[in-house]
Design a protein around this ligand. Sequence first.
Ligand code: PRP
Length: 243
Amino acid sequence: MTTRAPKATKTSAKVKQKAAPARANVKPNGGGPLTIALPRGRILDEALVLFARAGIDLGAADKARAGRKLIIPIPAHDMKVLIVRDADVPAYVEGGAADLGIAGRDVLEEQDRDLYEPLDLGIGRCRMVVAEPEDHPVDEMAQIHLRYATKFPELTRRFLQARGVVAEIIKLYGSIEIAPLVGLADRIVDLVSSGETLRQHRLREVETIMEISARLCVGRAAAKLRSDRIDDLVARLRAVVKA
Ligand code: PRP
């Protein structure tokens, strides 16, 4: 495998400097509609509002209009929207199936793929926290074998390693809050937005690991081959985000 640093482009202002393997499956999408992968759910709703304010009407991708359609052409803007799971956005973009996408900082940092991240959109805000049962707090000095349940094993591993904590990490796919209530884990690392889920399960926050918001991510091939369109899109969205 060859490795090389990403070439600087206007969209590469925040490019990660790590070297990455060249990918045979990257399809240089030199023409055709600009394809964007959007995660279903709250980020999608907020993203559509942001795009509308930037003068790009992606309203056909709204769940109410799209129904179960997952590929939505937007001919008025020569674009195409792919509706995917949030954790799958980076794979579509890195693989070149989408030119760009929107994903949470949590997903992007957990997967740490070879993507440009030219703009934080300031939407989908939440926090990643460590939490534990109110009535069963961990005694870090006394408990030797700590178990952390999470959807984010890599971020959890890095967080614990930085603290010099040795613990077992249990990867789950959802409903993380119940893990310490039923004896599967001692603590959780999960996202908190309103705090309602923690409250309802009598969990208390121990520490915030990071503030989260959604970012635009751009594939390496797209940044090179479609830089004019992507730079224009980023500029429009940046103006709206700043405002
Ligand atoms: C997320 C997160 C928490 C909850 C936090 O779960 O993992 O469980 O939202 O929101 P709150 O602070 O406003 O209560 P999601 O809804 O994505 O479902 P999941 O448990 O299946 O991951």
